[in-house]
Design a protein around this ligand. Structure first.
Ligand code: C2O
Length: 483
């Protein structure tokens, strides 16, 4: 069987057949009723559906039965080691449905989903939406279904984010797929969980950046689980996330998927390209070639940057037991302004210390944990800095930036439901290199840590004078772990 190749959308001509037929297929899928599995709206509802919050709801809608909704809708797996495999299945069947629609419309037989490589440093336009996604009209003068009005950024061809939104170093250098126990590495692929639709948990490093960042940067439909799939760019964004999984495995022989049966045997239900129900296991999704596709490019974008720290990290990754060395005691409220919190630190006395003694100045990883992040506002990100000198602008200290919190999924994980408590998301940011640099400069205080949250600018149209003071998100605890 010849493999289909998923191509880099920025390397295609503006209205290449791939995009032209994608648009025509979407237009066709949009004519199908919401209860039909191959319709545009049904596909988006598989990711998430919130009755009463569907922007396309129409009085004439006839939703599928409750039993069908329970089985197939609102299934997206987040903050979980199922994030990558679930979205891989989701994309594969969506791609089959689009391809079958194109064949029905008498288009080419080999359509495959392109990907959006926003991290491509050789392309100055990489952070903008490709033109076919924002032009008002298709080449024949008809309305363009790839353009969605409900976006916060990108519809004028402007960049939707900056380099820190698409930084691949933290994810591609993470040696382990599943997360450590709480406080340590969030893992490339996220924490061990059961079925996890929107229950608050640790956010895996790839899922955080670039995945979450790009969701909230495009914003609008892309900013919420229940509407994300209604934006045609969602599918190209996720093709890139799926590709990065292949890049991560390919770039380092020590990067391997979990072998735990709880992961491999987990199964999820979808509809295939013909609209028939199928039930598929994680074990059957780990190899893209077996699924019939490959990516145009899975070469290592960090090729010159395979630093000593990475090799060392890989070596120490295995038996990490994270130990907390300090935490805040009160909720920290994040607003539209800078917020700084102090964390009192103590020397490690447990596993981290025993390891340091046993291995003599053992290499350690240090993680800044931002726990129980809740809030119901529209997502917008914060950059997190540590130990910025007092009265100085954090933005002038990029070397002290621990990472960004995209807040994608916070709203969903803050809602208490019969299935979960609504206690929010847990971000774990690796700060090993910053701490080592500060120690080398004698600028690390082992007794206290300052953590500063800087809100990213909101899109112009949403900014109001009052909003800067609103409390938008709450952090239950900030803690520092050695592992
Ligand atoms: Cu399930 Cu990027 O979303």
């Amino acid at each position: 069987m010849a493999l289909r190749t998923r191509r880099d959308v920025w390397k295609l001509a503006k209205w290449d057949d791939t995009l032209l037929w994608y648009a025509k297929a979407i237009r066709e899928m949009q004519t199908r009723l919401i209860a039909e599995p191959t319709s545009w709206r049904y596909q988006a509802a598989i990711h998430d559906y919130v009755d009463g919050e569907d922007p396309l709801a129409d009085p004439s809608d006839k939703l599928p039965s409750q039993a069908e909704q329970d089985r197939f809708w609102a299934q997206c797996q987040h903050h979980s080691w199922f994030f990558l495999p679930w979205h891989r299945w989701f994309l594969l069947y969506f791609e089959q449905i689009v391809a079958a629609t194109i064949v029905k419309l008498k288009g080419p037989k080999d359509w495959s989903l392109p990907y959006w490589n926003y991290s491509d440093s050789s392309n100055k336009d990489a952070l903008s939406l490709p033109p076919a996604f924002h032009e008002e009209k298709m080449p024949d003068g008809s309305d363009n279904p790839l353009r969605v009005a409900d976006r916060d950024r990108g519809n004028n061809g402007e960049k939707v984010g900056g380099p820190s939104d698409v930084n691949l170093k933290p994810c591609l250098q993470e040696p382990k797929f599943p997360a450590d126990s709480k406080g340590g590495s969030p893992g490339f692929g996220g924490p061990r969980t059961k079925f996890n639709h929107s229950e608050g948990s640790v956010v895996g490093v790839l899922e955080r950046t670039p995945h979450g960042n790009m969701h909230v940067r495009v914003g609008g439909f892309m900013g919420s689980f229940n509407t994300a799939g209604l934006d045609p760019i969602f599918w190209l964004h996720h093709a890139n996330i799926d590709r990065l999984w292949a890049v991560w495995r390919h770039r380092n022989a020590a990067h391997v998927d979990p072998v735990d049966p709880q992961w491999l045997k987990m199964s999820f239900d979808f509809h295939d390209g013909t609209g028939a129900a199928v039930s598929r296991k994680v074990a059957d999704v780990v190899d893209t070639a077996a699924l019939g596709y490959q990516y145009e490019d899975i070469s290592d974008p960090l090729v010159v940057a395979k630093a000593a720290v990475e090799t060392r990290r890989t070596a120490v990754a295995q038996e990490a037991i994270p130990e907390m060395v300090g935490a805040t005691e009160q909720t920290v409220h994040l607003t539209g302004r800078h917020t700084t919190a102090q964390v009192a630190l103590t020397a490690p006395t447990g596993p981290a210390r025993r390891k340091a003694v046993a291995e003599a100045a053992a290499p350690q990883r240090v993680f800044l944990n931002i726990e129980n992040v809740t809030g119901t506002g529209s997502p917008n990100g914060y950059s997190v800095y540590i130990n910025v000198p007092e009265n100085e602008d954090p933005r002038k200290h990029e070397d002290l930036c621990a990472g960004t919190l995209p807040m994608f999924g916070v709203k969903e994980a803050s809602r208490a439901s019969k299935k979960h408590a609504g206690d929010g998301l847990h971000y774990s940011l690796e700060v090993t290199e910053i701490v080592e640099r500060l120690q080398a400069q004698n600028a690390w205080d082992p007794a206290k840590l300052r953590v500063t949250f800087v809100p990213d600018d909101e899109p112009e149209r949403k900014r109001t004078v009052a909003s800067a003071d609103e409390q938008r998100f709450h952090v239950g605890r900030i803690s520092l772990y050695y592992s």
